[in-house]
Design a protein around this ligand. Sequence first.
Ligand code: KG4
Ligand code: ZN
Length: 388
Amino acid sequence: MPSAYILGIESSCDETAAAVVRSGEQVISNVVLSQIATHRPYGGVVPELASREHLRAILPVVRTALAEAGRSYPEMDALAVTRGPGLPGALLVGISFAKALAFALGKPLIAVNHLEGHIHAVLLEERQKGNRELKFPVLALVVSGGHTHLYLAEQRGQSWSYQNIGHTRDDAAGEAFDKVAKLLGLGYPGGPIINQLAPHGDPQAVKFTFAQMKHRDRKERENGDVARPPSAGSVLHFDFSFSGIKTAVLRYLETHNMKAAVEGRRAALAKIAKPGIEDYLAVADRETLNLAASFQHAVIGDLIEKTLAAARHYNVATLFVTGGVAANSELRRRFEEQAAQEGLPVFFPSRPLSTDNAAMIAAAAYPKFLAGDFAEPELSAEAGLQLR
Ligand code: KG4
Ligand code: ZN
C-alpha cells in the first residue's frame, strides 16, 4: 500500500498543535504550542483566551509542522481535525481552519474524537518501534485533565470500536492534580508540578481513601432483581471519583493551619514568570511536600487498582495508559510493576505524545482514511462528543 501523509490539527483545549504522520505509523513532524503562560495568572484554562490564542497560533503552527516535515500542502493525502470533546470555541478554531484548508486544497477532511486520538498515540508509537503484535482484548485508560475513562478497544478490519466500561463520576484525575496544586498555592498546571515535588515528600504521611464504585448497566439495575444473576450481555462498570480527595486536601490545610503559608507561597511564585523545580522547592515546606506526595500516591493507587480490577474482570490481554496524567513518573513506574505482577503488558505513549498533540489525531485518522470515512461539509465542534 502506498504511503499516506495526513496533516493533523488539534485545538480542543490549551494546546495548538499540528503534525504530519505517515500511514498512522511514523511521526514526520509534531508541533505543539502550549498556552500555559497565557492561562497561568488565572490558575486554569480561560476558554475565551484559549480561542483567541488558537486563532493567533493556528496558521504558524500548521506552517511549522509542514516545514519541519519538509513537505508542502499538495503532498498531503488528507487533513484530520479534532471534532470533540473539548472547549467549543477552541475546537471551532481548528475545525474552521481545517475545513477551509481542505476545501481550498481539494483534500478530504477526517474528523477525529480527541479520546480516540489519545488511544492511537500508543498504537502509533508501538508501530513506529516495529511492534505490530498487539494482543486483544485491549483495555485503555485515558487519564487527562478532562477525562478518566476506561475503554475496551476492538479492531475489525481497519475500523476501531470502543466500549466505555468506566469513567469518573465528577472530577478527572488531571483536574484533581490541577485543583490540589492550586489549593497548595503551587500554581498551574498542577500535574507536572506535583509530579516533580512528590519525590521530596513522604507518600505515607497523609492517608486518603476512595470509594469502590463497581456497578452494572443502569438498565439492568432498573429492571433489577438483586438476587437475579447478571445477564450475559450485562456490562460491569469500574467508575472513579476524584472530587472527594480535593475536599480532603482542603480540610487538611484548614485543620493544620496551612492557609497563611499557602498564600505566601502563591504570592512568591506569582512573581516568577516561569518557575522551575528549585523555585517550587524553595517555597514548599515539609508538610506541603508530604501532602503533595500523599495525594499523588493515593490517586495513582486508585487509578491502578480500578484499572487492574477491570482488566481482570474483562480478561484483557493488553493495557494502554494514555492522556496527560500518563506522563506522570510514579504512575508509569507503579503501573508497570503491578501490571507485570499480573503478566499484563502495559503500553504508554512517550511523554510528548501523552499530553495533547496532533500526531495522535493524524494517527487515529488513518484507519478512517483507508475506509473513506470523511467528514461531512457541515462538520462542527461537539464539546461533549462520546467515544464508541
Ligand atoms: O491530555 P492533556 O494534555 O489534556 C486534556 O485532554 O485534558 O492532559 C492535561 C492534564 C492536566 O490536568 C495536567 O495537570 C495533567 O494532564 N498532567 C499531569 C502530568 N503532566 C500533565 N498529571 C500528572 N503528572 C504529570 N506529569
Ligand atoms: Zn487530551
